[in-house]
Write a protein that binds this ligand. Structure first.
Ligand SMILES: [Zn+2]
Length: 499
């Protein structure tokens, strides 16, 4: 086996970043994390990330192509210039200077996609708002991004937070991480789901001049009311490089002032935001729960419906008919949520009631035919975020199985993690940072690929470490998933456990 340019010096890259930002601060961050990587001195030679000159040839792999409920056994796949250029069951001659990987009958599948994350919210709100500055957020986000990639996620859509710098540095190859689709600030009305201002922030009164809270100064949310303000907030995000726009279109659980049943933003405001995004060739995703809010969003052309738990089958079907997607985090309907140490005790009976009432939500979504995308959407500490994502992979297989049509949970969730999510990301149009199709193994697609020891169609545990519980998992920062043996993004290998 010949191998070259396999880059696996991740802690080294963190170190390089550390040096440019702040040597003293970052050396602590590096050593605190990543027991699975070995820290060495950084040298300039390690900085650029490049694909092997002749590309990479995977021999003898069983392909899950992101679409079909089967493996294509005994296949060979050639990757060049970041794209999949040839797939064949006949031998493919290795180009000069190609690296050749003997797949040994393991599974080659598309890199996974998380449709809704917050890479910059990697601590509890109660710590961030009074105690942290943008550098705390930036430093941690480097580690968060690396862990996403090592867990097999090659693209993520960031649905709120100042992730532009992180996206830039990942795309330049300065640090390892998934391809990031940033939304910038989530845009919220006064008293809406993104309004985190406190009584002592200026602007508590409508006469206030500098109506900006800490949350907004950090770049997480933008409170905007009326068409001129929402247009400005949208255009500011587009100016910074947003690949889509995120709005708060209804109430929720984690916010200060808005009950979950509320509808947020008037039709006039919502339609103005959608129009401004469309003028940039992209679309709007909405935090949303109820039928009423979802139908208002649809009337204006909102395309992705985040969370989206409490709707009728007819509304889900309408979203599908009109080219939209639902992006739910199903842990919100899991009994494990009751074990969340941060959940107020007084809320537990209400949560337990909702879990019982909406236990068939996943099957209702499938029955409606609406395309469904995977999301983990955990905000809080880094450890909890990664645990939530690992748990979510398994829990969804329970929520999206059985029912009238006897759905195959593993297959449904694998599509949500790959091909369907890839179609959703393509709605960013000219703002899409990917060079070609995502979430599929086919000729011409982007070479975001995982080599898996095992068959995820039969055992989803090979993608999440086998965890079926949430809070009691071991620390994910020091517990890598060894069945994800190779992680390739755009032709470049970032994780390689074969050698
Ligand atoms: Zn979110």
């Amino acid at each position: 086996m010949k191998r070259s340019n396999s880059i696996f010096k991740t802690s080294l890259r963190q170190l390089a970043v550390a040096v440019t930002m702040s040597a003293s601060l970052l050396s602590t961050a590096c050593s605190a994390d990543n027991a699975n990587t070995t820290a060495k001195a950084a040298t300039p030679a390690d900085a650029p990330v490049v694909e092997a000159n002749g590309g990479t040839l995977f021999n003898n792999v069983n392909i899950f192509n992101g679409v079909d409920n089967k493996l294509y056994n005994g296949s060979n796949v050639l990757v060049q210039n970041g794209l999949i250029v040839k797939i064949s069951t006949s031998p493919i001659a290795a180009p000069v200077d190609a690296q050749v990987i003997d797949g040994n009958g393991k599974t080659l599948m598309p890199g996974m996609i998380d449709g809704h994350v917050h890479l910059m919210i990697s601590n509890n709100y109660s710590d961030i708002i009074p105690n942290e500055d943008p550098y705390d957020l930036g430093i941690r986000s480097v580690l968060v991004a690396e862990h996403f990639l090592m867990d097999g996620f090659t693209s993520v859509r960031d649905m709120g937070g100042p992730a532009f710098a992180l996206a830039r540095q990942i795309n330049k190859g300065v640090i390892p991480g998934p391809r990031v689709y940033p939304s910038g600030t989530f845009i919220s009305q006064t008293s809406g789901h993104g309004d985190f201002r406190g009584r002592f922030d200026l602007g508590w009164s409508p006469r206030g001049g500098s109506d900006v809270g800490v949350w907004e100064k950090l770049g997480f949310g933008a409170v905007a009311d009326g068409v001129p303000e929402v247009l400005k907030a949208t255009r500011i995000n587009l100016r910074h490089g947003a690949t889509q726009i995120k709005i708060m279109a209804g109430g929720g659980g984690s916010s200060k002032y808005d009950p979950i049943d509320t509808t947020q933003y008037s039709k006039e405001e919502t339609c103005a935001i959608v129009q401004a995004a469309a003028d940039w060739g992209t679309y709007v995703g909405a935090h949303i729960f109820t039928d009423r809010a979802m139908n208002r969003g649809l009337d204006c052309g909102v395309k992705t419906f985040e969370h989206a738990f409490f709707a009728t089958e007819e509304t889900y079907a309408r979203i599908g008919r009109e080219g939209g997607y639902v992006v739910p985090q199903m842990w919100g309907l899991s009994p494990e949520l009751l074990n969340n140490p941060n959940m107020p005790k007084a809320k537990l009976p209400m949560v337990a009631g909702l879990i019982e009432q909406y236990k068939d939500t996943g099957r209702t979504m499938l029955d409606s035919g609406v395309p469904i995308v995977f999301m983990s959407d955990w905000v809080g500490t880094m450890e909890d975020a990664h645990k939530a994502r690992r748990f979510e992979i398994w829990w969804r297989t329970q929520m999206f199985s059985g029912g009238k049509k006897n759905y195959d949970g593993n297959y449904e969730v694998l599509k949500q993690l790959t091909s369907i999510a890839g179609e959703m990301l393509a709605m960013s149009g000219p703002r899409n940072p990917a060079p070609a199709k995502l979430g599929v193994v086919e000729v011409g697609a982007t070479a975001d690929l995982l080599l898996i020891d095992g068959n995820p169609l039969k055992d989803i545990g090979v993608l999440n470490g086998g965890y079926t519980e949430w809070y009691s998992q071991p620390n994910p920062l020091t517990t890598p998933i060894d069945t994800i043996e190779v992680v390739m993004k755009e032709g470049v290998i970032y994780k390689d456990l074969l050698n």
